[in-house]
Design a protein around this ligand. Structure first.
Ligand SMILES: Nc1ncnc2c1ncn2[C@@H]1O[C@H](COP(=O)(O)OP(=O)(O)OP(=O)(O)O)[C@@H](O)[C@H]1O
Length: 617
């Protein structure tokens, strides 16, 4: 039964007090600004739990959480899944904005006027420069003015808005836009890009007030996570649906970590949101991740980010930070840097038996592959596994494979078969099966059928793997039963990630290749699962991909002019890297790089903040 709001308690181990508790229980729209490690994701998970546990979001009303990246959306869904019972968690939908737009389009496609309506089996395309150039070349005979635009300009022009097929007078630009939309929609099946999907979803809610009201009426509460990264087009869709409706919106973000500026993120998004939704602003001032020395450095560096005086945050941790929490290392050569890093990790692992290789991350802004080449031999001779998360296997980098729905599904099956519980494998299997089979988990029939299908697959997995080592097993055998042809076809419709069948096949192949790599030398199934998930390996990762993650020790390399070119988002990138650390950060400089002119202000600031740069030989 429902918990009374005044009796509700946060999940054990999670401290929610003061402003955070006010946000959790708020009945009006709010924007929440918080620094790294302030528990933004956890705050939303707790708010969802509160609203569902207390019945303030009563059945059949739902909570919509919109994140701007697939990882963030999944992370939040998982946390709510762990904090609420299954019945409640079903009314929490964590989606990327693209997935939300796709849902609107799929549900209300018929509401579009015929000339704008894609075929029901439309495919999502990802047009790049070459794609536009090819289209222009195909059409230039009938439309000689098409080359007035270079391919990128052409793509921007035609995807800049929905064409008005009723317009009588058309400019040259209108004609080109019409040409593209007509061709793309008439294609069999229709081809639409993410930008077109957003525009079509927007067109539906703009022209169909009943649809707009129905969507807003479904979601009593709306969460906007990582709001600093929202673009104008994305925000417009949210505003159009929810402005002046009773839905309560909570937007959470961190302007310091805004690294999507190049993708069109709105710099003043929080004040715009405040005006549109009458949302007051709250600030969270604790950092639950990093020790006090790292938090002090984060505070010092915040001054680089804004002209306004930054609001200092405080570490919520009471333990003493290690004396070597922050250090800068200067190496003569990059080779010496590789040796120095692997020696440091080896020594740390020997000194502290609680540390494991996966507690370390080596972060670089760019060139992860070259870095791997330089480091690998040193790590091999130290006997430490190194995994380059940016290494590409087929169409995906490892860091994307491990978040891919197909990979998660197959790994969850192996986990269920071998009793590995972390990462809620049952939920992953059941939800994947339910979505590809079109089963509604809120009905008894849908829930029972999903359960049956999951059980059959787990039994099959046990049967075919039990007498074998991972290296002797042919993963294709499991893939063909878990993902037969008809399920693959449905996957391409259900998941916006899978652009088309050929892409999905390439993803499946990449998952199989990654499985084979990880199985090599794994004596048993639990080790294989660990290898797949990157346990017991030091990771190399690009800073962009490290957002939302945390590590005991962060080693920040390539801090030089090869990787930093004085871009507008340099400071934010730097900030993201630094704030991933719980206990220690190392900044490493190699003197045989291109130099340090572009990072000079960071180096000065670091030294002013007491980070000692010492030569390591
Ligand atoms: N209220 C809390 N009480 C105790 N621990 C918390 C609380 N909130 C978060 N944490 C812990 O602090 C760490 C950071 O939390 P979380 O990932 O939610 O922060 P975030 O603000 O989303 O981080 P970032 O934006 O830097 O990635 C996690 O280890 C989380 O478990």
């Amino acid at each position: 039964m429902f918990v009374k709001p005044e009796d509700w308690k946060p999940t054990p181990g999670i401290a929610i007090e003061g402003t955070a508790l006010e946000v959790v229980k708020s009945t009006s729209s709010l924007s929440v600004l918080a620094g790294p490690g302030a528990g933004k994701t956890e705050l939303l998970a707790q708010r969802a739990t509160y609203l569902l546990n207390t019945g303030l979001c009563p059945n059949p009303k739902r909570i919509l959480a919109v994140a701007f990246k697939a990882d963030a959306a999944r992370n939040l869904q998982e946390r709510v899944g762990l904090r609420c019972d299954a019945q409640e968690a079903r009314r929490f939908e964590s989606l990327t904005l693209h997935a939300f737009a796709k849902r609107i389009l799929d549900q209300f496609r018929e509401a579009l006027p015929e000339p704008l309506r894609p075929s029901p089996d439309y495919k999502i395309i990802f047009p790049n420069r070459d794609f536009w150039a090819e289209f222009q070349a195909e059409q230039v005979g009938d439309h000689p003015d098409i080359h007035a635009f270079n391919p990128t300009q052409f793509g921007t022009l035609v995807q800049g808005g929905v064409p008005d097929f009723n317009a009588v007078e058309l400019t040259a630009r209108d004609r080109l836009r019409h040409l593209w939309w007509k061709t793309a929609l008439a294609h069999k099946p229709s081809q639409i890009s993410f930008d077109m999907m957003m525009l079509l979803a927007m067109h539906i809610v703009q022209t169909q007030p009943l649809v707009q009201k129905a969507i807003a009426g479904t979601y009593t509460y709306v969460f906007l996570d990582e709001f600093q990264d929202v673009t104008r087009q994305q925000y417009d869709l949210i505003r159009r649906i929810f402005k002046e409706t009773p839905s309560v919106l909570t937007a959470v973000g961190d302007t310091n970590q805004a690294i999507m500026g190049w993708a069109g993120a709105l710099p003043d998004i929080f004040s715009t949101f405040g005006e549109d939704f009458g949302a007051e602003n709250r600030k969270l001032l604790f950092n639950y991740r990093s020790n006090s020395k790292i938090v002090a450095l984060i505070n010092d560096l915040s001054g680089l980010l804004t002209d306004e005086p930054p609001v200092p945050t405080e570490s919520a941790r009471k333990d003493d930070p290690p004396p070597d929490a922050l250090e800068g290392w200067v190496f003569k050569t990059r080779d010496a840097e590789g040796a120095g890093i692997s020696n440091f990790i080896k020594a740390s692992l020997e000194e502290n038996p609680e540390l494991r290789p996966h507690d370390f991350v080596i972060l670089t802004r760019l060139y992860a592959n070259q870095l791997e080449d330089r480091l690998l031999l040193h790590f091999v001779s130290s006997g430490i596994r190194l995994r380059n998360e940016a290494r590409q296997i087929g169409p995906l980098a490892i860091q994307d494979i491990v978040k891919d729905p197909v990979f998660l599904f197959l790994t969850a099956l192996l986990k269920m078969a071998y009793g590995v519980r972390d990462g809620s494998p049952f939920q992953v299997c059941r939800d994947t099966i339910a979505s590809v089979e079109g089963l509604d988990l809120s009905t008894d029939r849908g829930a029972a059928r999903s359960l049956r299908l999951v059980q059959d697959l787990v039994d099959f997995t046990i049967k075919v793997t039990k007498e074998k080592t991972p290296a002797d097993f042919d993963i294709a055998q499991l893939i063909s039963v878990a993902l037969p042809d008809d399920r693959r076809e449905r996957l391409t419709r259900v998941y916006a990630d899978y652009r088309n069948r050929a892409y999905l096949e390439a993803v499946i192949e990449a998952c199989a290749a990654f499985y084979n790599e990880s199985a090599d030398g794994a004596p048993d199934w639990r080790t294989l699962i660990g290898n797949l998930e990157g346990r017991d390996a030091v990771k190399i990762m690009t800073i962009h991909k490290s957002k939302g993650l945390e590590y005991h020790t962060v080693i920040f390399v390539e801090f030089n002019d090869d990787a930093f070119w004085k871009n507008a988002d340099d400071v934010n990138v730097f900030f993201v890297a630094l704030s991933r650390a719980r206990e220690r950060v190392r900044f490493t400089l190699a003197l045989d790089s291109k130099g340090f002119a572009n990072v000079e202000r960071f180096l000065t600031k670091l030294q002013e903040s007491g980070v000692n740069f010492k030569e390591v030989v």
